[in-house]
Design a binder for this molecule. Structure first.
Ligand SMILES: NC(=O)c1ccc[n+]([C@@H]2O[C@H](COP(=O)([O-])OP(=O)(O)OC[C@H]3O[C@@H](n4cnc5c(N)ncnc54)[C@H](O)[C@@H]3O)[C@@H](O)[C@H]2O)c1
Length: 375
C-alpha cells in the first residue's frame, strides 16, 4: 500500500483553515513519499466541526482531543487551538508517539514549552513550531545573503508588527484578551513572529527591556457582561543580541489603518536587507560592494527559480501569497517526517522564542532589563 501521513487536527477556525488549505495543496507542489491524508478533525463546537469537515474534506470527527491523540490511524497531530491547549495536546500526542506541528506561540510560558520539547524528544517524534514567516521566499533569501556573509556583521534588527483589529472598543471579548487563555496578548500573537525572525536571521538574544500596555481595559462578553482585558494590546521591546547587535520590536493591535503590517530592517557592516509582508514577493537589498555611483537599495523580486521555494511554483514574476508559507511549512514537515529528520523551526525554537517573550513581560512588570537564559 502507498505510504501516507495521516493527520489529526485540533481546532477549526482561522489557522484550521490555513493549515487545511496547505494539506490539500501540498501534494501538487512537493514530491512527497508519504502525502497527507486528512483523517480526523477535532473541535468542541459541533456545528463548526461539521461545516469544517465538509468544506475541507476531513474524513472523521472527534469531539475530544484526548481521543484524537490516542487513535491508531493518526501519525501527525496539528494543534491550531488557543494557546492554553498547546501543551496538554502536544505532550499527550508525543506520549502516544505522534509527530506534532503546533501553532505559535508554542505555549503559555517557557516552562510549558520545555515540557513539550522534552516530551517530543523522549518519544522521538518530529516536532515543529509553526513560524510560517521563515518560509516566505524573500525571508529565506535574506537568510541566505546573511549566511553567505553579504551583509557582514549585523548591527541592527528593527521590526514592527502592526494590526488594528482591536481599535474598536466594541470589538467583543475573546480568548486573546485573557492571559489565562493566551499567556500574553500582542506578545504571543505578533512579537512571537518577529522575535523568531530575529533568532532566525541574527541569533540568540542576550537581554530585553520592555514596555507594554492594555489601552482598552474592558470589553463586552457574549453574555453581555464586561470582561477585564488582561493580555497586552501593545508592547515595545528593546533587545541586545549575544553577538552584540541591537534590536527593536514594536507590536500593536491598535495601530489604526494597519491590518497585518510586518516589516523588518536589518543593517550590517557590508549591507542591509529590508522586508515588508505587504510586499512579500520582494526583498530590498543594499550592498557596499556595488560601485559608488550605483549604490542604493535595490528591490529583488523573489520569484526566480533560483530563489528559495520558488522552483515548485510559477515562472518568474508570477507572484505567490501568504497561504504559500503554510504549504512550505507543511511540505517541509512531511519530508522531515518521512526521512526521520528534525525540521526547523522546532519546539526548541518555540521555547527559545517564548523565553524572550516571558523575559519581556517580566521586564515590563519590573521595569528593568532582563537576561535571557543561556539554554
Ligand atoms: N502563524 C500565524 O500566522 C498565526 C495566525 C493566527 C493565529 N495563530 C495561532 O494559531 C492558534 C489558533 O489561532 P486561531 O486564530 O486559529 O484561533 P481561533 O480562535 O480562530 O480558533 C481556535 C479553534 O480552537 C477550537 N478549540 C477551542 N477549545 C478547544 C478544545 N478544547 N478542543 C478542540 N478545539 C478547541 C475553537 O473552537 C476554534 O475552532 C493560536 O495559537 C494562534 O496564536 C497563528
Amino acid at each position: 500500500m502507498a505510504k501516507t501521513t495521516n493527520v489529526g487536527i485540533v481546532g477549526t477556525q482561522f489557522m484550521g483553515r490555513a493549515h487545511s488549505n496547505a494539506y490539500l495543496d501540498v501534494p501538487f507542489y512537493y514530491n512527497l513519499p508519504a502525502p497527507p491524508v486528512m483523517r480526523a478533525a477535532c473541535d468542541v463546537n459541533k456545528a463548526d466541526l461539521d461545516a469544517f469537515c465538509k468544506r475541507f474534506g476531513w474524513q472523521t470527527q472527534e469531539a475530544d482531543w484526548k481521543k484524537l491523540v490516542e487513535r491508531d490511524d493518526i501519525d501527525l497531530i496539528d494543534i491550531v487551538t488557543p494557546n492554553f491547549l498547546h501543551k496538554p495536546v502536544a505532550v499527550a500526542a508525543a506520549k502516544n508517539g505522534k509527530h506534532i506541528i503546533c501553532e505559535k506561540p508554542i505555549a503559555m510560558d517557557a516552562g510549558e514549552a520545555r515540557e513539550m520539547l522534552d516530551a517530543a524528544r523522549e518519544n522521538n517524534v518530529r516536532h515543529m513550531t509553526a513560524f510560517n514567516y521563515r518560509r516566505v521566499p524573500a525571508v529565506a533569501l535574506a537568510k541566505k545573503l546573511i549566511d553567505e556573509g553579504k551583509i557582514g556583521k549585523v548591527y541592527h534588527f528593527n521590526a514592527v508588527y502592526y494590526q488594528d483589529w482591536l481599535i474598536d472598543p466594541n470589538f467583543p471579548y475573546v480568548w486573546r484578551h485573557d492571559k489565562t487563555k493566551g499567556g500574553s496578548g500582542a506578545h504571543g500573537d505578533m512579537n512571537a513572529h518577529i522575535v523568531d525572525l530575529a533568532r532566525f536571521l541574527v541569533g540568540e538574544f542576550e537581554a530585553v527591556c520592555c514596555a507594554q500596555e492594555v489601552f482598552i481595559k474592558e470589553r463586552k462578553k457574549p453574555d453581555g457582561t464586561m470582561g477585564k482585558v488582561t493580555a497586552d494590546d501593545a508592547a515595545y521591546i528593546m533587545a541586545k543580541f549575544r553577538d552584540g547587535a541591537l534590536g527593536a520590536f514594536l507590536v500593536s493591535r491598535l495601530a489604526n489603518g494597519r491590518k497585518n503590517f510586518l516589516r523588518f530592517e536589518l543593517f550590517g557592516s557590508k549591507g542591509a536587507v529590508s522586508f515588508n509582508l505587504e510586499r512579500l514577493n520582494e526583498l530590498e537589498y543594499y550592498s557596499l560592494d556595488d560601485p559608488g555611483p550605483e549604490q542604493g537599495f535595490r528591490t529583488i523580486v523573489v520569484t526566480e527559480s533560483s530563489h528559495p521555494y520558488i522552483k515548485m511554483w510559477w515562472p518568474p514574476g508570477h507572484i505567490i501569497g501568504w497561504e504559500h508559507t503554510f504549504i512550505h511549512e507543511i511540505g517541509d514537515l512531511l519530508l522531515a517526517i518521512d526521512k526521520g529528520e528534525n525540521v526547523q523551526a522546532d519546539f526548541y525554537d518555540g521555547m527559545r522564542c517564548q523565553q524572550v517573550i516571558d523575559a519581556a513581560v517580566k521586564s515590563a512588570d519590573e521595569r528593568k532589563w532582563i537576561q535571557i537564559p543561556k539554554e
